[in-house]
Design a protein. Structure first.
Length: 311
């Protein structure tokens, strides 16, 4: 059996039907190195024909469950919504924030999409009652935005479109941080250390920071090897921006303390205008989807408008 088939068979099902007309299925995907990626698939219980799908790709130090409300929003619009916790994050296995190879997270995402296609692709053993209308959209937050973009540039046939929310296209390292990063990369590349990200700067809503601090699945760590993916991957993504071949929406705020908004501006300037819709939000912080109203309403309105045009 080849690795791809083994990866797909590794997605196990344990379905349950919560209230509200949806089916939620917890998933496990075992990777060739033994890492288990845990996530879920949520879908309407009675879809009217083939359904669009969106795969959520979360950020550094957090997990998929922090985006349940966004999943609700997509589900209400008829989408199948899926995702998993990155290796070393949330409920997935692996040392916290550690990766072994440069594009582990990207390879994991591609394997997850293959498993989703098997589940709803109409093949023998697929899940009854729902079918995909085509490849899924990717929605990437922060680190997840870089992961999703990297896959969209590498394998555009796998995705129908891409939403990047405050993507990590410029980590904004100071000279001191860059020196520490190079030292750690040479001496202890897999040692998890505090990321230094301040939860009070995630959003203008103080409840977001409170929930972050109280969440046992949030670890707030990073390793030098993972940071290298961000540093080198973001530089590569900016170089390859002219090759963007799928419809994409880029949303970012100017008051972002986690990633430098200049990276998003540079990507928007270099990407094909016929492919990319870019929206900059003055004064908004890193987690646009977690901003209080009416800030979030502006972000969601732009997302809904883009979806109506491309999805």
């Amino acid at each position: 059996m080849d690795h791809r088939r083994a990866q797909r068979r590794g997605l196990r099902r344990a379905g349950r039907a919560p209230a509200g007309g949806e089916m939620r299925t917890d998933t496990e995907l075992r990777r060739p190195d033994g890492t288990v990626l845990r996530g879920w698939v949520r879908r309407p219980t009675a879809p009217a024909g083939p359904a669009r799908a969106v795969w959520l790709v979360h950020g550094l130090g957090e997990h998929l469950g922090r985006h349940d409300e966004l999943a609700d929003w997509f589900l209400a619009r008829g989408f199948i919504v899926a995702g998993h916790d990155h290796r070393g994050h949330g409920r997935s296995s692996g040392r916290r924030a550690a990766i072994s190879a440069a594009e582990d997270l990207v390879d994991d995402l591609e394997a997850g999409l293959a498993a989703l296609a098997d589940r709803f692709g109409g093949q023998s053993g697929g899940e009854p009652g729902a079918r995909l209308a085509g490849p899924p959209l990717l929605f990437g937050q922060s680190l997840g935005g870089l992961v999703a973009l990297t896959l969209a540039l590498r394998a555009p046939e796998r995705v129908a479109g891409l939403v990047m929310s405050s993507p990590a296209l410029d980590p904004g390292l100071s000279r001191a941080q860059a020196l520490l990063y190079r030292t750690m990369l040479a001496l202890a590349p897999d040692l998890p250390v505090p990321s230094g990200l301040e939860p009070d700067r995630l959003s203008h809503d103080p409840e977001v920071a409170r929930r972050w601090r109280a969440d046992p699945l949030v670890h707030g760590r990073i390793t030098a090897r993972l940071l290298r993916f961000v540093v080198e991957g973001s530089a590569r993504a900016l170089r390859e921006a002219p090759r963007l071949a799928v419809p994409a929406l880029l949303q970012y705020g100017t008051d972002d303390s986690f990633v430098n908004p200049e990276g998003s501006r540079r990507f928007a300037a270099a990407a094909p205008a016929r492919r990319l819709t870019a929206r900059e939000y003055a004064g908004l912080r890193h987690e646009l989807q977690q901003e209080p109203e009416p800030m979030r309403a502006r972000v969601r309105a732009d997302l809904a408008d883009w979806l109506a045009r491309v999805a």
